[in-house]
Design a protein around this ligand. Sequence first.
Ligand SMILES: NC(=O)C1=CN([C@@H]2O[C@H](COP(=O)(O)OP(=O)(O)OC[C@H]3O[C@@H](n4cnc5c(N)ncnc54)[C@H](O)[C@@H]3O)[C@@H](O)[C@H]2O)C=CC1
Ligand SMILES: N[C@@H](CC=O)C(=O)O
Length: 812
Amino acid sequence: MKVLKFGGSSVANSENIKKVLAIVEKTSKTSKIAVVVSAFGKTTNALIEGAHLAATKNEAYKTVLEKLEAHHFNVIKDLISLENQPEILNHAKELFHQLATIYEGCYLLEELTPKTLATISSFGELLSSYIIAKAANISFETGYKDSREIIIASNNYLNATVNFAETNKNITAYFSGNQKKVTLLPGFVAKTSEGKTTTLGRGGSDYTAAIIAAAVNADELQIWTDVSGMFTANPSVVKQAFPIPHISYHEAMELSHFGAKVIYPPTIQPVLKKEISIRIKNTFKPEEEGTLIAKETSNKKPVKGISHIENITLITLEGSGMVGIPGFSKRLFEAISFHNINIILITQASSELSICIGIADEDAQKAKAVIDETFEFEIEKQKVNPVKLEQDLCIIALVGDNMKNHQGLSGQMFSSLGKNNVNIRAIAQGSTEKNISAVINKNDAKKALNTLHEQFFEEKIKQINLFVTGVGNVGERFLAQLEQQKKHLKKHLKLNVRVIGLSNSRKMIFNEKGIDLKNWKALLENGESTSLERFFNKTKQCNLRNSVFVDNTANQAVSEVYENYLRQSIGVVTCNKIACASLLENYKTLKAISRKYNAPFLFETNVGAGLPIIDTLKNLINSGDRVHKIQAVLSGSLNFVFNNFNKNTTFHDVVAQAQKEGYTEPDPKIDLSGVDVARKILILARESGYDLELSDISKNAFLPEESLKTKNNDDFYASLTKNEAHFQQIFKEANDKNCRLKYVAEFIDGKANVGLQHIPAEHPFYNLEGSDNIVLFFTDRYPENPLIIKGAGAGADVTASGIFADIIRTTK
Ligand SMILES: NC(=O)C1=CN([C@@H]2O[C@H](COP(=O)(O)OP(=O)(O)OC[C@H]3O[C@@H](n4cnc5c(N)ncnc54)[C@H](O)[C@@H]3O)[C@@H](O)[C@H]2O)C=CC1
Ligand SMILES: N[C@@H](CC=O)C(=O)O
């Protein structure tokens, strides 16, 4: 025999009840079954609300009653054919008449005793079970048994204790004599030995089903609900959570804490004792496997799920007077239990200097008063401190019977939380190692649960959340590449890279599910107005794991907010050179903060755009090599300009062309003045381990004073035209010596310089084409023949691909 229980959502309306009947009919073809039903969805709450209204002399109870009556009558009319309706409607009317009389009694007496409330609440299940049994009987033979005739319980009316001796006898007697394949029973209700209606408290219908299943030694207890089983984590917080196919009783009880409360542990006790398995199934997706809960499970995965409990307060009792004195904890726990306060988590360090307990927020003030009173003497003598309360916390826990056989799980748990800046306030793990709990700030719950879920259940796909500022030449190409490579990243690198926040200098948009990159321009245009502070605050609020801020601007103010992001453990990837070329102290601080908060700070594109120059240099240094000399052409735009400038062109036009091609900075004077190259050689020197400032780099300028002094691009270009003869003279001097002009950066033994040089034909820089860059590293290991990196060193596409590469590096 099987026992099936259908909860309130499964029987909320006639559509749902039809689904229930189909399941019942199908199951009854292979087994004799008892079907326990809850009240129609939300009915019990409405009945209780009506009772309180009536007892407080509020006539609104009549409206509650009318609505309930209408809903039940509608269900009857939907499910039962016209000729069969009168009998059922009359019975339901009779029950509603009784209910109205009880409500009226409450109204007149202004009184509501637990006994009366239990009687009122019982109407929900009495009505639903009767109506469903009658509807079932139309298609297949169905018996009906009022549970009050077989379940005997105490007169603690709202949470009655079952008399198992009597009850089990009644149930076995009834079912052994009952030949019907299907028997319908109301959940939640029972009778006292004096024959009065009583109720079984929270999770009462589950309890009814478990009591019957245990008494008849059922093959299985099935709990039908509106989710497809017990999930690896609360699916409303962790989108990737999935139903666990097989789980032990113990694991199921540990996991039952989170939002979707599929089982309430106390109610399944009867079946645990008999080792009857429980199957959780979804009424609305009966084809799905659901979760099988049994004594043992074949699934040996160490972590089965992640549970979380919200609204936790930590209470700490601390003081040197506690050390080595037995009885402190006894007094603490006795006082708490005496006042009916439930303790959810306990930790005590071996130093015995403090005991810390986690309780529900709602009990916090009461608990503080109780403990302060209990230890009044010790507090006065300063042996212990007054109790400390920390609120707005929650508990997250890894759950799994098999965790004890695996080393390193807590290490993985805490390091992945730490990497994502989740601060852990307290930890508890019993010696059974079936649950590792951590108390964290409640604002971090979503991030923590998703981090742990990714760590223990989604090894395959890692989510990267980007917050991108700057959508000019480079930024736009970067978004296009991201959209184009999305599928590749998922398939080959197991990375799900999403842009969550996006801004230009005017607007910003955020979407926690990921911004649609096919449509970002229109979305951004309609976004909200932005500022660096607002963008940062919104990013922080999102509080997502594996977050990276991407700076695609050339803006100083943007470069000054990196520290804020790094301090939140949000990585920074930037093509903007200003931060790394700022004061040495600032550069060092950013690197130190990046290390401290475990947040990557990557800027490969600062030198040579997409060329792997900085990464190669880092590898040399990390492997113990030492850089003595760097010779390089580091400006894509200047190389393009001097490769194309001659007596048949004008300097103005080739610079304008370089800008059009996307090689120059937004302000081309930054390139032509040598500032851009100076920044780059400075960054290479710093990455080589040398302490240099930008002001230490000597610069041989070739622009006339007039061009250097211009304040905007128009004036700058006008000055180039005006000084064409000056530029032609520079070209002629080199050309006359059969040399080419190259803007070269050099770093030799701690000193750096940049400037225009005449490069003869035999020099490796002579044939450097287009907008290419070249870098020669002379090191301990490459003393004579340098390590050379050469290739396109400017352009939006190659730069975007360099940013892309940095983002992938953040995941390593
Ligand atoms: N073009 C290239 O070959 C390379 C460029 N880079 C760097 O890439 C960066 C961007 O260059 P481009 O895309 O060519 O410049 P761009 O001028 O086309 O784009 C920069 C964008 O940033 C926006 N912006 C400025 N301030 C902002 C703020 N406070 N908030 C949000 N957005 C802001 C601007 O409105 C503009 O749309 C520069 O730092 C440059 O040095 C680095 C390597 C190579
Ligand atoms: N403007 C730069 C490109 C980015 O670094 C250059 O010309 O090399």
